[in-house]
Design a protein around this ligand. Structure first.
Ligand SMILES: [Zn+2]
Length: 326
């Protein structure tokens, strides 16, 4: 489950640090001498040749900040706040404890540096009043966001859903056991309350990690084109709402990547399907425009590598289910 990190940047030094390594990016090359090979490889995989964005906090009195920082995971969302506003959000990609690196990045003040480091992506600018944030969480409205801290899961979920801060690129690590637990807990009367939104996001996180791992890009299982993972959906071959619990738990076979450039939508609406391993137009009677027909003609007849002994029953269900509508 993604958590929310409150990161006040009220004082002059924090503002300078924000300018140095969040508004401006930092060349990974400059940091390499302070990092292990494993860390460099990991960061190169995320940032490629682009600069990295990075933030750090001090260990704090009695390790107070460090204890909070230890709770941070990939996929968590940091909210930068100052002057009674939340002015930006960013997704955590990685974290490491490194005093020398912190000194290189931001120097130090009275022997203290911002050594509890976390790396960021998807920086988004906002203009959210602290009082609206306080209202949502039931805090006193004039409460300033003071002190670095990580919100618990329930509060995090509320904030992420309400302000729509969730990332489409980075997802929390979900274990197979937790996935099973989520699927088993679903009741037949699923509602769209915050709690089930959180569950469905965790379910998605697990399925996406299964399909994409830490990859930045992958090929769509229908058109075969490669896209960054945020443009790909972990799509159920058999409609998710019609799946039994056992079928949902068959995650190795029930989902495949489909792009949001049309394939996911065409498949979900039953305009195309996969028959004997071949992508086919199965529903021609819907009002397809000429440009849609042109697009579909480019993918028709393609081999679908996700079709096989273990998935055939799901593809057959899809074709039958949508075939009836013609
Ligand atoms: Zn596609």
């Amino acid at each position: 489950m993604s958590k929310v990190i409150l990161q006040p940047t009220g004082n002059a030094i924090a503002k300078l640090n924000y300018q140095t390594s969040v508004l401006n990016t930092v060349e990974l090359n400059l940091l390499k001498q302070y990092l292990s090979q494993k860390e460099v490889t990991y960061l190169e995989n995320i940032y490629g040749n682009y600069g990295v964005t990075v933030w750090g906090v001090t260990v704090g009195v009695n390790n107070r900040n460090k204890k909070q920082w230890e709770r941070i995971n990939e996929g968590d969302i940091a909210l930068f706040a100052g002057k009674n506003k939340i002015f930006s959000s960013a997704t955590i990609t990685y974290k490491l404890h490194n005093k020398q690196l912190a000194i290189e990045l931001w120097g130090c003040k009275e022997g203290v540096t911002w050594e509890c480091i976390y790396f960021l992506d998807e920086i988004k600018h906002h203009n959210i009043r602290t009082q609206d944030f306080n209202h949502l969480l039931g805090y006193a409205l004039d409460n300033p966001i003071r002190g670095f801290r990580v919100l618990d899961e329930e509060k995090s979920l509320k904030v992420l859903e309400y302000f729509n801060f969730n990332s489409n690129k980075y997802f929390p690590q979900i274990s197979e056991d937790e996935y099973e637990e989520i699927i088993k807990q679903y009741t037949s009367a699923e509602s769209l309350d915050t709690k089930s939104n959180g569950k469905s996001r965790r379910e998605q996180a697990f399925l996406r990690r299964f399909l994409f791992g830490n990859k930045k890009g992958e090929c769509c299982g229908i058109c075969g084109n490669e896209y960054p993972v945020e443009f790909l959906v972990a799509a159920h071959i058999k409609k998710r709402a019609e799946c039994t619990k056992e079928e949902k738990l068959d995650y190795k076979n029930i989902v495949m990547p489909m792009c949001s450039f049309g394939c996911d939508s065409l498949f979900e609406k039953g305009i195309i399907s996969v028959t004997n391993g071949i992508v086919q137009l199965i529903n021609n009677e819907k009002s397809l425009t000429l440009s849609m027909k042109n697009s579909i003609s480019k993918i028709e007849g393609r081999n679908c590598e996700y079709w096989g002994a273990n998935t055939i029953k799901y593809f057959e269900w899809h074709q039958k289910h949508h075939g009836k509508q013609t």
